[in-house]
Design a protein around this ligand. Structure first.
Ligand code: GRF
Length: 191
């Protein structure tokens, strides 16, 4: 599968996916990284793997539709089949959703539908849950609301943010690779 990874920040999930591809565990090719935050660390990670980056700031467009159309044009130009969101901190809307219907997936650091939106790990700790986790899901117009593809539970460690965060990121890197492998092989069924 020819894929684009979208990220707004560090890009550790991008790197985990790319490393799984290099190890031969995931049958895919990251043809493009897209970021809405020019200068984000994901650009450096992409450069280390010689993967091109399309960095576009929504601010330089008159509307969200125009911003997403510029992205869609770039995806088409690169023959992208799947869009993999990995820390892309922005709601996807009509233009992208229509162009890539049922071909956009996301990873979220909680067991959805608990704790959608920003700082899911902080939300889980504040709530005092003992178990949280990671969800891979299809993307729709809502905030972390699309059909669920895969989930894994992660224990909250001593109510400690740093330790829990590290465990969640580790689980993310493993779950995303596995879920994408199933997805690209046509083995995913959702309600
Ligand atoms: C991940 O926890 C992801 O689930 C969330 O944002 C974080 C991105 O981390 N949506 P990274 O940029 O992949 O390191």
């Amino acid at each position: 599968a020819n894929i684009a990874v979208f990220a707004s920040g560090s890009g550790s999930n991008f790197q985990a996916i790319q490393e799984a591809i290099v190890r031969g565990e995931l049958d895919a090719n990251i043809a493009l990284v897209v970021t809405d935050k020019p200068g984000a660390y994901v650009e450096t990670r992409a450069a280390n793997f010689d993967i091109p980056v399309f960095a576009v700031s929504p601010k330089s467009f008159a509307s969200k539709a125009a911003y997403e159309q510029a992205i869609v044009d770039e995806l088409r130009a690169n023959n992208i089949e799947w869009v993999v969101l990995a820390g892309y901190m922005r709601l996807v809307s009509d233009t992208l959703l229509t162009a890539y219907a049922s071909k956009i997936v996301n990873i979220h650091p909680s067991l959805l539908p608990s704790f959608p939106g920003k700082d899911a790990i902080g939300q889980a700790l504040a709530h005092g849950v003992k178990v949280t986790g990671v969800t891979v899901h299809f993307v729709d117009e809502g905030m972390d609301t699309g059909p669920i593809i895969a989930q894994i539970a992660v224990d909250v460690i001593d109510g400690n943010r740093e330790l829990t965060e590290a465990a969640i990121h580790k689980a993310e890197h493993k779950l995303y690779t596995q879920a994408l492998q199933q997805l690209f092989a046509g083995k995913v069924r959702v309600n």
